[in-house]
Ligand binder design. Sequence first.
Ligand code: PGU
Length: 484
Amino acid sequence: MPPKIIQTRSSSPWKRRVGACIAKCTVTAGWRTKVCRNVNMEKLQNDYLFPEITTRRFEHIQKYPDAKLISLGIGDTTQPIPNIVTSAMAEYLLKVYKPCFSLWNVKIDSPLNIQKLHKRLNVVLYFQRLVNPYDGLQYSLALSTIEGYSGYGAEQGQQALRKAISETIYRDLGIKDTEIFVSDGAQSDIARLQMLLGSNVTVALQDPTFPAYIDTSVIMGQAGDFQEDSDKYGNIEYMKCSPANFFFPDLSTISRTDIIFLCSPNNPTGYAVSREQLKELVEFAKENGSIIIYDSSYSAYISDDSPRSIFEIPGAREVAIEISSFSKFAGFTGVRLGWTVVPEELLYSNGYPVVKDFNRIVCTCFNGASNIAQAGGLACLSSEGLTAIHGVVNFYKENAEIIAETFSSLGLEVYGGKNSPYTWVHFPGQKSWDVFNEILEKTHIITVPGRGFGPAGEGFIRVGAFGHRDSILEASRRLKNHLR
Ligand code: PGU
């Protein structure tokens, strides 16, 4: 018999929704273990924002099965990955087949053809081994053959990819390949960094903020209890970012913390910090002996003079860690690849290098990114790859322009969207979940309510630009027709 779920009522409107899976107020009747629930998990107020949006999306589809839903919600890329990159990944897998394609005039367009190819190949390999047992080197990367199979790689990532990241993304910035840790994405690195920092650090973050920073802080035990009156967790410094301060915190009002999370171009406001602002932040961190965790996952969207990396700022090597991702830059949301830079000069108060501890965490808690994904990452950073990828990024930026123009034409104040795939739209005096619901009901378009990113997101919605062009144009038409 399925376990019986008992829902209890809660004061928050987000939690009150019937049918939503709210961990905190869900108790299941049945046999129980004697294990106590992690108190930090208990502190979390809501489900993670994005699955909550997905739940709403499914509910909407059930309610309006014939509606043509458009998603401008979660920042998930939709454009195909450029061929030069997918070929590199395919080549990694099929390196052994490649010479045979033309030789045998076989196309890999059906499982049957692949099977045929495999059989012929085994024959070739058999005879080749008879002739010269050591001449199989060219096939060494063939994962589908015993000869070519390879297992775990370096936990920190393939040397060639670390070198390519240091030479292309951090060209002239003096980042050594040994300071770069290739990962399965920025989100996992946020969690690994939190594990590195432990529960005793104090944390500051932007408000609004990408929710993974705050939720992982709560999960690690860095946050105090949730305060219903302020809508904030205790022990966390919320650095308000609004149009009034051009989305950069007023550092003169911010208390010292051990860690400062900063994301630029920002998710969700779409704002990229200026060089002056970033200099100010680095100085602030230096004065306070803090560590900045700088998320540059959207840096490829910068088209003005804003810094693409915190390491463009003198002195940042002593106070900053940078996390980044291939997700939004190369369409790798499903492939999974990212990296983190921990400079050698970054030291704990006892003089121990942070990079050594991060290496320890990576080796202990992660066994390296997929070698196929890394082959794709390497292709992204070739000159041909970079050209192709920038084409895709520019496509999303054109989408963002269409979205920004749409909301402006409705008389709304629009932010972001220039150096970012996200547009941050203000609906003064309204609750963002109400705006989210109204837009969904009237236009069948999914956005993200600003409140999900923190109290300062109230009254805003985030609109993503990762759709296909016809969806973006259709969304623009619907919004102009129904929100006037
Ligand atoms: N950092 C920032 C600032 C992000 O916005 C995202 C994804 C990530 C890291 C994660 O990057 P990966 O390399 O793909 O792990 N933001 C998306 C997806 C949200 C989510 O948490 O699922 C967004 O819509 O905000």
